[in-house]
Design a protein around this ligand. Structure first.
Ligand code: G3I
Length: 343
């Protein structure tokens, strides 16, 4: 493991290199995994443990056990933590389903931001304040927050977070917001936050892409347009899926069991796909380097292929290969193609 180059060292003069962390990694249950994380990454985002369902399970109860460990992990290993996420329509606490008044939603919203952002005000680097508020056409997604609080909830979330944690960077985060229509909506959203007087420091483009179909032109356009608003641009959940997406309908699990072509690479990734994956990662990092004055962080959504959420989405049990390290923590050709850009 000593001879593996380090991503964080390779790009130390360019941008931060992050990963998503889950409970086992935060609790350092596997020494080889810990070693890989601390040698490769200088930034981290909790994959799930700071989402409201987990950190705020009951109306008046917060659970800070694992989030506190995450913050301690970051401090111990010199890894900056990006909090994820304060306002998101998904992974909400189940009690929210029984809340049906504007006042109660407003109380939840205010208390949640104040309590969670306030607790970590001195030991977290940044927050994904609002996550995935947009539809694909750039309009605002229908969520419990939009329904009860109106569109002003977004600027209000930034204002409240800034108040609770004045020294923490504040971001808007979404997927497909490099696509023109959604990007236009995202720019409008950002301008409204700015016009409200609240601070917004950066925008996260999640970067859940598909092998051979990475939208490089849209990505570059997006870097330029978001940076023109005065924002830092980050790639916050990068992974490149290699499996087909032709999953629809309720019987997908059954169909996958009887149709191996829906999970084709159980025995390993074929050479041609491995090469295409490496070429896609290389071209992406080349683009990030070209705009390193604007791109401040690149975060992979998981450490190795075994950790990736894409093994379980849209159905469980697939064998995906979207990241830079394989299931044995070994660098893949994509890793070396990225590192070679700095040689
Ligand atoms: O905690 C339960 C556990 O108790 C249970 O035994 C297990 C089996 O079903 O499920 C566990 O919860 C799962 C959780 O991940 C933790 O593993 C949820 O079912 C599962 O839905 C959840 O998935 C997460 C997903 O967000 C939820 O929307 C993924 O890990 C996580 O990678 C994914 O991350 C999102 C970002 O937050 C936002 N952008 C998109 C990205 C990918 O979907």
């Amino acid at each position: 493991a000593q001879s593996i180059p380090s991503l964080k060292d390779t790009f130390k003069n360019d941008f931060g290199i992050g990963t998503a962390l889950n409970n086992g990694q935060i609790e350092e249950r596997d020494p080889a995994m810990t070693q890989l994380i601390v040698s490769q990454f200088n930034m981290a985002t909790p994959e799930n443990v700071m989402k409201s369902a987990l950190i705020h399970p009951k109306w008046d109860t917060y659970d800070f056990v694992v989030p506190d460990k995450l913050v301690a992990f970051g401090k111990k290993h010199n890894i900056k933590i990006n909090g994820h996420t304060l306002v998101w329509h998904s992974q909400l606490p189940s009690f929210i389903r029984g809340v049906h008044s504007k006042d109660s939603i407003q109380t939840f919203f205010n208390d949640h931001i104040k309590t969670v952002a306030g607790r970590y005000k001195d030991n977290i680097f940044s927050w994904d304040v609002v996550n995935e508020a947009l539809n694909e056409d750039g309009t605002l997604r229908k969520t419990v927050f939009l329904d009860y609080l109106g569109e002003g909830y977004i600027a209000e979330a930034f204002r409240l977070t800034q108040q609770a944690a004045p020294n923490v960077e504040l971001y808007y985060n979404d997927y497909n917001n490099e696509q023109p229509a959604k990007r236009a909506g995202c720019i409008e959203l950002i301008k409204k936050v700015q016009a409200s007087g609240a601070r917004i420091d950066g925008v996260g483009i999640q970067g859940h892409w598909h092998v051979g179909k990475v939208p490089f032109k849209d990505i570059e356009e997006s870097i330029l347009q978001y940076a023109a608003l005065g924002l830092k641009v980050m790639f916050t959940e990068l992974d490149i899926e290699v499996l087909p997406r032709n999953f629809q309908g309720a019987d997908v699990n059954q169909r996958m069991a009887s149709n191996p072509s829906l999970n084709p690479y159980t025995a390993g990734l074929p050479d041609d796909v491995q090469k295409q994956l490496a070429a896609d990662y290389e071209a992406l990092f080349k683009l990030f380097l070209k705009h390193k004055d604007k791109v401040t962080r690149v975060t992979l959504w998981g450490v190795n292929d075994a950790n990736s959420w894409l093994n379980g989405w849209p159905v469980r049990g697939r064998t995906n290969y979207p990241l830079l390290f394989d299931r044995n923590n070994q660098p893949k050709p994509a890793f070396y193609s990225v590192v070679a850009l700095k040689k």
